[in-house]
Design a binder for this molecule. Structure first.
Ligand SMILES: *[C@@H]1O[C@H](CO)[C@@H](O)[C@H](O)[C@H]1NC(C)=O
Ligand SMILES: *[C@@H]1O[C@H](CO)[C@@H](O)[C@H](O)[C@H]1NC(C)=O
Ligand SMILES: *[C@@H]1O[C@H](CO)[C@@H](O)[C@H](O)[C@H]1NC(C)=O
Length: 252
């Protein structure tokens, strides 16, 4: 019943391009898991909320992300601004962050969320396979990243779930462009001339690749990057093949 931040994939015929801009470099690591919603105020016209159940909006920037009851996980979500019959909400029973996670370098950037009940099969939310530790990722292979992040640096988050194709980049090229700050637990994807990338608000979202056998694999989780879609910079993802032993350990 453990689940990665967003292991379930919703494929939609949408495309996003993040135009390069002159804005100063920003990292898109700050907003983890924006597709998970936390309660920031009581529903309008509702009864007085039970003590401790709601977080007042003013303290939202300082929200303690490890408090379980502030999280709701939605499977099958498409529009951020309203719910639909197709989505299933889950409460979170446990959050396990990687014990080596380093805030400064973003190394080991992964957490597991345990949901309050098993996931029922649905046509909209489909699982992605976890790769084996030895799974070979071919540089140049095209994969897909999805999220409700902004469509350009500094822009607002998207209301409609977006998807974009990104190409897997070798560690050497990415390490050079990021001044040797890429660890073996990171994976880069994008294009030398930029344009297509994850951005603020996409962090925690899935990077999936379709293998020739037709199965989709979760190869990365959106982690960080400098700006969005800039030439010679790439999106940096948590490399799932380096995390599967830890995932097995936590979930077994
Ligand atoms: C956040 O909440 C957890 C669990 O209640 C607690 O152990 C931790 O100290 C809190 N962290 C901060 C920074 O308040
Ligand atoms: C939600 O967004 C959709 C699509 O962007 C829009 O058509 C709709 O009016 C919005 N609904 C609400 C309740 O804001
Ligand atoms: C990137 O370069 C640094 C410094 O040479 C090295 O420590 C690190 O392991 C390299 N990263 C990868 C993924 O090879």
């Amino acid at each position: 019943m453990f689940s990665l931040c967003l292991p379930l994939l919703l494929l939609l015929p949408l495309s996003q391009t993040a135009p390069p801009s002159d804005a100063p470099p920003t990292q898109h690591c700050a907003r983890c898991c924006d597709h998970l919603e936390y309660q920031s105020s009581p529903p309008e016209g509702g009864d007085t909320p039970p003590a401790g159940k709601y977080i007042v909006p003013e303290i939202r920037p300082y929200i303690n992300m490890t408090i379980l009851k502030v999280w709701t996980v939605y499977l099958g979500k498409f529009l951020l601004n309203r719910s639909s019959r197709n989505e299933q909400p889950f409460k979170v029973q446990a959050i396990v962050s990687h014990h080596y996670y380093d805030e400064e370098s973003h190394d080991y950037d992964l957490a597991l969320l345990q949901l309050d009940r098993p996931v029922a099969p649905s046509t909209l939310a489909q699982p992605a396979c976890l790769p084996a530790r030895t799974h070979h990722l071919q540089p140049g292979f095209k994969c897909w990243v999805t999220g409700w992040g902004s469509a350009g640096e500094g822009g607002p988050s998207s209301n409609v779930l977006q998807k974009v194709d990104v190409s897997l980049i070798t560690q050497d090229i990415c390490n050079q462009s990021y001044r040797y700050k890429i660890s073996p637990r990171m994976l880069c994807a994008g294009y030398p001339d930029g344009k297509k990338d994850a951005c603020q608000g996409d962090s925690g979202g899935p990077l999936v690749c379709k293998e020739p056998n037709g199965r989709w694999f979760l190869v990365g989780v959106v982690s960080w990057g400098i700006g969005c879609g800039r030439p010679n910079f790439y999106g940096v993802y948590t490399r799932i093949t380096k995390m599967v032993d830890w995932i097995d350990e936590v979930t077994s």
